[in-house]
Design a protein around this ligand. Structure first.
Ligand SMILES: [Zn+2]
Ligand SMILES: [Zn+2]
Ligand SMILES: [Zn+2]
Length: 137
């Protein structure tokens, strides 16, 4: 990912605001899934929680970031790939949480197809694998 925060915002027809730029910049810089708390901690400017929450919600709706479920039940967010748009998120990739560094990453690996019992229809698939990441092993 080498797009700048400004380009990303423009591509998604989002008005550029300092908050939006800072949050996107953080995602680009960190390269792993961030929780609401992580974002608040990293942003030095005085930002209220509501602004952070609203910005994340906008990004989520626009297809710029996606939810990453964590084992602790907390929600994290990661940047989407190009396939995601306003109309929806298009990825079923695996998330990997490292028990050593605690980082959760998007893996370029698809969730294997799961056969559901009759009458069940999946809307969304989340798969979190826990283990030791490339950097820590
Ligand atoms: Zn997405
Ligand atoms: Zn690790
Ligand atoms: Zn992901």
């Amino acid at each position: 990912m080498n797009a700048s925060s400004e380009t990303l915002l423009r591509n998604f027809s989002l008005r550029s605001t300092p908050t939006r730029e800072q949050i996107i910049h953080l995602f680009l810089k960190k390269n792993y899934a961030l929780s609401h708390g992580d974002i608040e901690k990293e942003i030095t400017d005085e930002l209220d929680r509501v602004t952070v929450y609203r910005t994340l919600k906008t990004f989520l709706d626009k297809g710029l970031i996606h939810k990453v479920l964590d084992d602790e039940g907390s929600l994290k967010y990661a940047l989407c790939n190009e396939a995601c748009t306003l109309t929806g998120h298009h990825h079923d990739h695996v998330h990997f949480k490292c028990v050593m560094c605690g980082q959760t990453n998007c893996l370029n690996v698809n969730v294997p197809p799961v056969k559901l019992p009759k009458g069940y229809k999946a809307n969304e698939v989340n798969l979190l694998i826990q283990g030791i990441c490339e950097r820590c092993s």
